[in-house]
Write a protein that binds this ligand. Structure first.
Ligand code: ADP
Ligand code: 5GP
Length: 227
């Protein structure tokens, strides 16, 4: 496996932001992970629709496209040879084997979003969250979403009706292992009701944006205040 830390340059310092909370600040790298089917894509869609300051990192994958998915929107779908070339040339911030396929986060779009003063949303697994955290530490906020029960997780995988029986079984087999990585996250939520879960995720993002350490423009305001 290519070590992304050896091939990828450090992330740029995120630029000044058109900020919902007034001051310039560092961009947030906001990671949503969950066992497949727990609802992270649903929550991500709601967040992107509701929040104008965050953009999605579109991953590259070797897995087949699902009905309804759009190349370049849901993923960049590539073959194994292309994926290997990208990994070797250092195009990924992180990448991992998931369900026998490869998934990776391309570096350049993330850099462009941060430089444009945006926050970035990642739908990646625990391996990706770990690698991203090693690269960008304090800029990364990691949220893990749990299903209310394993029975409900299986029901959701079936209700999505996008995977074959064998893929659903493989995803259920992996779910316990993925849930075992809950302690590598800053926040852990149960997705019982999708709207309520989305609102909790939005609250976390808003609060993280207000962290003193991210608000690089705060000092100028404070100086003006007490002049
Ligand atoms: P993931 O991205 O984690 O694999 P999805 O967002 O695709 O999961 O959700 C899997 C299925 O479960 C979808 O059909 C989605 O509409 C449904 N779903 C998501 N959240 C909930 C919820 N809170 N209650 C019921 N169904 C949900
Ligand atoms: P799916 O095939 O259901 O879209 O995704 C399967 C798993 O791969 C999910 O847990 C998803 O979060 C993860 N994943 C998607 N893109 C990436 C990526 O770029 N990097 C990593 N590490 N995981 C990813």
């Amino acid at each position: 496996m290519v070590d992304p830390q050896q091939t990828v340059p450090p992330l740029p310092t995120p630029a000044a932001q058109p900020d919902p909370h007034k001051f310039k600040r560092r961009g947030v790298l906001f990671v949503l992970s969950s066992p497949s089917g727990a609802g992270k894509s649903t929550i991500a869609r709601k967040l992107l629709a509701a929040d104008p300051w965050i953009d999605m990192s579109v991953s590259v994958t070797t897995r087949p496209i699902r009905p309804g998915e759009v190349d370049g929107v849901d993923y960049h779908f590539v073959d194994l040879e292309r994926f290997r070339e990208m990994a070797t040339s250092g195009a990924f911030l992180e990448w991992a084997h998931v369900f026998g396929e490869r998934y990776g986060t391309p570096h350049a779009p993330v850099e462009a979003m941060l430089s444009a003063g945006r926050d970035v949303l990642f739908d990646i697994d625990w391996q990706g969250a770990q690698q991203l955290f090693q690269l960008a530490g304090g800029d990364v906020v990691r949220v893990f979403i749990l299903p209310p029960s394993m029975a409900e997780l299986e029901r959701r995988l079936r209700s999505r009706a996008t995977d074959s029986e064998s893929v659903i079984n493989a995803r259920m087999d992996r779910a316990a292992g993925e849930i075992g990585h809950w302690d590598g996250y800053d926040y852990v939520l149960v997705n019982d009701d999708a709207q309520a879960c989305f609102e909790r995720v939005k609250t976390i993002l808003d609060a993280e944006r207000m962290k003193r350490s991210r608000q690089s423009g705060l000092i100028g305001f404070i100086r003006g205040l007490v002049r």
